[in-house]
Design a protein. Structure first.
Length: 460
């Protein structure tokens, strides 16, 4: 096979979808017997919604979730104030999705899995990877049942304790973000409305939150506990926490559906590529959950790597294109780790900084800006939405192809429009399959050379 993806979380499933629509022979393997059952990564940032629009799952994602509620603060059984969860950001033509959308992680993964299957992709559950060896032609992966599989490339999307990362000897450097233990759980309860995210802070800095999970009957419980405490993730332990922090009784917690305890860390892999093996998602970077950056950064990893693997395997692009995955994504992940840590420590507000719409690759070797004095959108920037000749750009971008704005396409397989929206500024823009401007110029001079090293004109 062309690609073996280890891990059926949001990262692995997103990559599987992107490769399937490119005709790449890929298999996702997952050591568990089914998809992840909890709510953990419940916030989808606007940039991720744009990715899901392209991958054909946005309608299902919108139907499965809802907007975030206002945070309600409680003290001694009384409501003492409300605070919005995010700074207000107005949507416009270039930015149609401006606010995070709440969808439980288990539901997001169900939707992604269904889309993968629809495209002819597959997941092998109950297949635990124990090691691998790679050579000049490919990678041999070993499983716990004694079997092996052979692939041209392997992608480690197997989480923060990645077996694949350890197998290739990639280090991970990090720090503890918060010394306090945390507990998260999905519960059913009575006695609280579902119109607010209920928070119960104590004077010692510990707190408990109960957030109604959109599209479900559950609440997500989050608790920051005293240092030195051993969290009890069982139902009785959850009930004791609710009694200790809120005005609810133990009997108000009627069911425990999933729980986990953790200590927030920030860590970054030293390398995102080791030969024919790539690291993505939590295998490459571990975030504090504050600010909702981890899952979303992981989806961006997959979205960046998918088109590059497709270009090399199916589009005739040089293998060196794959080196730009680490170049672009490691720098981006490092910035997102700093942001997540800042949100956790109260140094950064959730809002414009956390929606991931301003992230780009201007410093990348793949971002070629040939105009002397560019204005508006530049090479490396996210390509905004807009309308050209009565066509919405996000509709035009949807699919595995490249898009040319401001000139006629020199070959078939590249969708072209004679102009770009006024918001882009003057110029010609070649938009990558992942929605970033790869090349920009005053004319098309130099475009052929850029296409040759990226496989742009073979993408159709």
């Amino acid at each position: 096979m062309d690609v073996l993806i280890v891990g059926a979380g949001p990262t692995g499933l997103t990559l599987g979808i992107d490769l399937a629509r490119r005709g790449v022979d890929a298999l996702v393997v997952e050591r568990a017997e089914g998809l992840f059952p909890g709510s953990r990564g419940k916030g989808l940032q606007p940039r991720t919604l744009e990715v899901f629009d392209d991958l054909g799952v946005l309608d299902a994602i919108r139907a499965a979730g809802g907007p975030y509620p206002t945070r309600m603060i409680w003290k001694d059984g009384e409501r003492v104030g409300e605070r919005p969860m995010f700074e207000n950001i107005e949507a416009d033509e270039g930015t149609p999705y401006a606010e995070p959308w709440m969808v439980t992680q288990w539901r997001t993964q169900e939707i992604l899995h269904a889309r993968l299957v629809q495209l002819g992709g597959r997941v092998g559950f109950g297949r635990e990877v124990t090691g691998l060896e790679q050579d000049a032609e490919g990678v041999t992966v070993r499983f716990a049942d004694g079997t092996t599989a052979r692939a041209g490339y392997v992608v480690a999307a197997d989480g923060g304790r990645s077996v694949v990362r350890r197998a290739v000897g990639a280090g991970m450097t990090g720090e503890t973000v918060d010394p306090a233990p945390f507990l998260v759980a999905d519960v059913r309860l009575t006695g609280l409305d579902r119109d607010s995210w209920h928070t119960f802070p104590k004077d010692d800095g510990t707190a408990l939150g109960l957030c109604p999970l959109a599209g479900t009957e559950d609440f997500q419980l989050q608790a920051r506990l005293p240092e030195g405490t051993a969290p009890d993730p069982a139902l009785d332990g959850i009930r004791k926490l609710v009694v200790a922090y809120t005005h609810l009784s133990a009997e108000d917690v009627t069911d425990l559906r999933w729980s986990s305890d953790f200590r927030p860390r920030a860590a970054l892999a030293d390398r995102f590529r080791v030969g024919r093996v790539f690291l993505a998602g939590d295998a490459a970077h571990i975030h504090s959950p504050a600010g909702g950056q981890g899952l979303n950064t992981s989806v961006q990893d997959a979205y960046n790597l998918g088109w590059k693997l497709g270009a090399v395997l199916r589009g005739g692009a040089p293998e060196a294109l794959l080196d730009t995955y680490e170049e672009e994504r490691r720098a981006n992940a490092a910035a997102m780790l700093d942001l997540s840590t800042g949100v956790h420590r109260g140094e950064v507000r959730r809002g414009k900084a956390t929606v991931q719409l301003g992230l780009g690759y201007r410093e990348s070797s793949l971002s070629v800006e040939t105009r002397e004095h560019p204005t508006g959108v530049r090479a490396g920037d996210r390509a905004p939405d807009g309308t050209v000749s009565g066509v919405r750009l996000f509709d035009a971008f949807r699919g595995p192809h490249w898009t040319l704005l401001g000139a006629q396409a020199p070959v078939t397989g590249v969708r072209a429009f004679p102009t770009a929206p006024e918001s882009y500024g003057p110029g010609v823009f070649l938009v990558r399959p992942d929605g970033h401007v790869g090349w920009a110029g005053g004319t098309t001079k130099g475009l052929d050379a850029y296409a040759a090293r990226t496989g742009a004109f073979a993408a159709g």
